[in-house]
Ligand binder design. Structure first.
Ligand code: SF4
Length: 296
């Protein structure tokens, strides 16, 4: 992070902190969620967003309990449905920044249908995928992203099914923005979130998140030894989807992090609604009130 950014952050951090509740965090010690929420708050401060400018939509899961600490517009939705709730917010009021988050269980099992169509429709939102490769809140069951051979609660022997490659799956849907970072690198996450906040469309950001309580195979140091900044690859073109799909195969025990793919030319959902051209109002301002008394 640049010196000027750090000065800006220090100057504004107090402003943002006043929007934090006094609730106690319920996450385990060492959980990657602390770093993720810090990085997000930093990114919002640096990009000039205040309490009134953002709506946070949380899924069910450990990450969802982060809703307790945000004193702003928050929705803590049903399991797997954060993306659909966030899509509604995004369509209803284009003037507000929509930030949704969900874990690997909610996003790639219960809510995978919503993910598919949110990417296709390119709804304007930042979606943060907390990937700790298990259902942490319900005590460590296997998700669709748990590696084969893992011994998890609720699995008789070990996980026998190959996991979904989350980023390759999303890239196959022709997204407009895909990035990845690691929960142990707050500066890196902050920069990735800033870029994602400035993208017009659906920004999919995956965070490789440590879960020291239930995923002991991939602790912080394990990821720290394996993540590499995509900027180290001099010839990498983040506008080339085939390069992105190749890099996310994660062959060779290394994980590239940073903005992996971007298509700034793809129209977002509202821009595709040609009939709205020239309208200055938002759909939520256009809602008509009807007296339904006589229907009773
Ligand atoms: Fe974090 Fe894992 Fe504890 Fe959940 S179970 S709070 S993800 S360390």
């Amino acid at each position: 992070m640049k010196d000027q950014d750090l000065k800006n952050l220090a100057a504004k951090a107090k402003d943002y902190l006043k929007y934090e509740t006094n609730e106690v965090f319920t996450w385990c010690g060492g959980c990657g969620n602390y770093g993720i929420q810090n990085a997000l708050k930093r990114a919002l401060v640096l990009e000039g967003y205040g309490q009134q400018d953002v709506v946070f939509v949380f899924d069910i899961g450990c990450n969802g309990n982060g809703a307790d600490k945000i004193d702003g517009y928050t929705i803590h939705g049903l399991h797997g449905r954060a993306i659909s709730l966030a899509a509604g917010c995004s369509i209803a009021n284009e003037k507000i920044k929509v930030i949704a988050s969900g874990g690997d269980g909610a996003t790639f099992s219960e809510g995978v249908n919503h993910l598919v169509h949110a990417v296709r429709n390119n709804y304007k939102m930042l979606f943060i995928h907390h990937n700790n490769e298990n259902y942490g809140l319900t005590t460590g069951q296997a998700s669709a992203l748990t590696p084969c051979g893992s011994k998890m609660n609720g699995t008789a022997d070990q996980v026998m099914i190959e996991p979904i490659n989350s980023l390759d799956f999303v890239l196959s849907l022709k997204p407009s923005f895909v990035a990845r970072s690691f929960s142990g690198e707050v500066d890196h996450m902050t920069e990735v979130f800033r870029k994602a906040l400035n993208h017009d469309g659906f920004s999919f950001v995956e965070i490789l998140q440590s879960c020291p309580t239930y995923n002991r195979q991939t602790p912080d140091h394990w990821y720290a030894e394996r993540v590499k900044d995509i900027l180290e690859l001099k010839k990498y073109d983040r506008h080339d989807i085939w390069q992105a799909r190749k890099i996310v195969q994660d062959i060779g025990d290394q994980f590239y992090i940073g903005v992996l793919y971007e298509d700034p030319g793809k129209a977002d959902f509202m821009a595709m609604q040609h009939y709205r051209k020239g309208l200055k109002t938002t759909p939520v301002e256009e809602v008509k009130h009807h007296d339904i008394e006589e229907l009773y």
